[in-house]
Ligand binder design. Structure first.
Ligand code: FNR
Length: 424
């Protein structure tokens, strides 16, 4: 009603309410590369389309005359009552959407009481994100690195900085075939973006040092050259090298090695970022690294949901990475009921990929999801209007969910079950 009243009194929203208009506004606000990276999917992007189309199978069945004057959107999640059933999905490299990146997202999420899943590829170190919104609820998402020491270090930091759970993403052991990025020759990490979690990590710094000390003097010079995206420090290092030119040897090399080593850091990141050799057996190690609850993200097969339970996972996150990993993959909503069935209420089931409106969340919740995660829409809000934009996008999703719940004759998320839906 707050949103309606603002509209009636003539206050225009900062970001478009309509999901397609929001995407168009973000496209205008972003560089061609950033928009392609955020909006894009794998291959011909049929999974992106299928994620949306899967909602068409379900219709909400309205039930009037049930006194829905008070409605409760809260859920129980990881042992705590949460005011809403939404989470923010982990999105890396948000510096490409807005200079405040993860700081703006964390503040917006905290202001509404929504847990923010901080990406392994975030643009801001997790401790800084905590400091920006100290009261906010945060989860940390891990891409399982080829370096166990690094995994242990990142999870230790997540726990120490107050994250409530660890989300291990399982669907990115190889990077998807991202056609838009390939056409634009755009991979943000090679430009030194989205690696703040690493460059703020002591174990990572050691890996960079080891890498550099194993190189010849010439190679060290190349490695210490600034990356394409120039930070003031990198520019300073680059100027030192340029001034001394080919004559840079011995003490000069050591001097430049004391400067940041952006290129070496990027190369080290590319080496350790993930491992295609990961198996179910490895997951037990995460238990040694953290005492936080562990949620497995990227589960789309009921048998893998069973394996997750066998492996002692504290949550299952149904996701196909927003259609960014495999073209013509199974859409997540289509497999949600089977996975919910298999999990049988033993652990929470988070759902994402393709949620664009409040009614989409209502459908996923009615089919048994415990919580619904938002991806691209909040990145678009961030691009258009920073922290305010993220908050508006979330509030619009919440408002539409609340209205849909009431019109379906339910007063709480608990009451919202499959009987509120009809198959089209
Ligand atoms: C992602 N996603 C993602 N997932 C993850 O586990 N770690 C990450 O760093 C990222 N980074 C990322 C960046 C961008 C730009 C996008 C669009 C997505 C996937 C994300 O967490 C989520 O699964 C999807 O975004 C959900 O789909 P929708 O809501 O975008 O359709």
């Amino acid at each position: 009603s707050e949103i309606y009243r603002a509209g009636i009194s003539g206050t225009k929203p900062r970001v478009p309410v309509d999901a397609d208009a929001l995407e168009r506004a973000a496209r205008k606000a972003l560089s061609a590369e950033a928009f392609a990276y955020i909006a894009g999917g794998a291959g011909a992007e049929r999974t992106v389309v299928a994620n949306r189309a899967a909602f068409d199978r379900w219709q909400v069945w309205p039930r009037p005359l049930r006194d829905v004057s008070t409605r409760d959107l809260s859920i129980d999640f990881l042992g705590r009552q949460r005011p809403t059933p939404f989470l923010l999905a982990p999105l890396g490299v948000m510096e490409m959407a807005h200079a405040d990146a993860d700081l703006a997202v964390a503040r917006a999420a905290a202001s509404i009481g929504i847990p923010y899943t901080l990406s392994n590829q975030a643009s801001v170190a997790m401790e800084q994100v905590r400091d920006a919104a100290p009261g906010g609820s945060r989860l940390f998402q891990l891409y399982w690195s080829a370096s166990d020491e690094l995994n242990a270090s990142l999870l230790g930091r997540a726990e120490a900085s107050g994250c409530e759970a660890v989300v291990v993403t399982l669907d990115t052991h190889l990077l998807g075939w991202r056609t838009r990025d390939l056409d634009l020759a755009y991979l943000p990490f090679t430009r030194g973006m989205g690696i703040a979690q690493y460059t703020s990590d002591p174990v990572f710094a050691e890996l960079v040092r080891e890498r550099v000390s194993g190189l010849s003097t010439d190679a060290r010079l190349v490695e210490s050259a600034p990356p394409v995206r120039l930070t003031p420090k990198a520019v300073a290092a680059g100027i030192t090298i340029a001034r001394k030119g080919a004559a840079l040897t011995g003490a000069g090399v050591r001097e430049s090695l004391r400067s940041p080593l952006p290129r070496a850091a990027v190369e080290t990141f590319l080496d350790v970022f993930s491992t295609p050799a990961l198996t179910w057996g490895d997951l037990a190690k995460a238990r040694e690294w953290t005492s936080l609850p562990i949620i497995l993200k990227g589960i789309v097969h009921p048998d893998d949901a069973s394996r997750a339970l066998d492996a002692g996972a504290d949550g299952v996150w149904v996701s196909n990475h927003g259609g960014r990993q495999i073209d013509q993959s199974v859409p997540t909503l289509a497999v949600l009921p089977e996975i919910v069935d298999r999990v049988g209420g033993r652990v929470p089931v988070v759902f994402d990929s393709g949620v664009r409106q409040g009614v989409d969340a209502a459908i996923a919740l009615a089919l048994g999801a415990t919580a619904v995660a938002i991806g691209r829409p909040y990145a678009y809000g961030l691009a258009v209007a920073g922290e305010v934009g993220v908050a508006e996008v979330i509030r619009n999703l919440l408002a539409e969910l609340d209205i849909t719940l009431g019109l379906a004759g339910c007063t709480s998320i608990r009451e919202l079950g499959p009987e509120a839906l009809r198959e089209a």
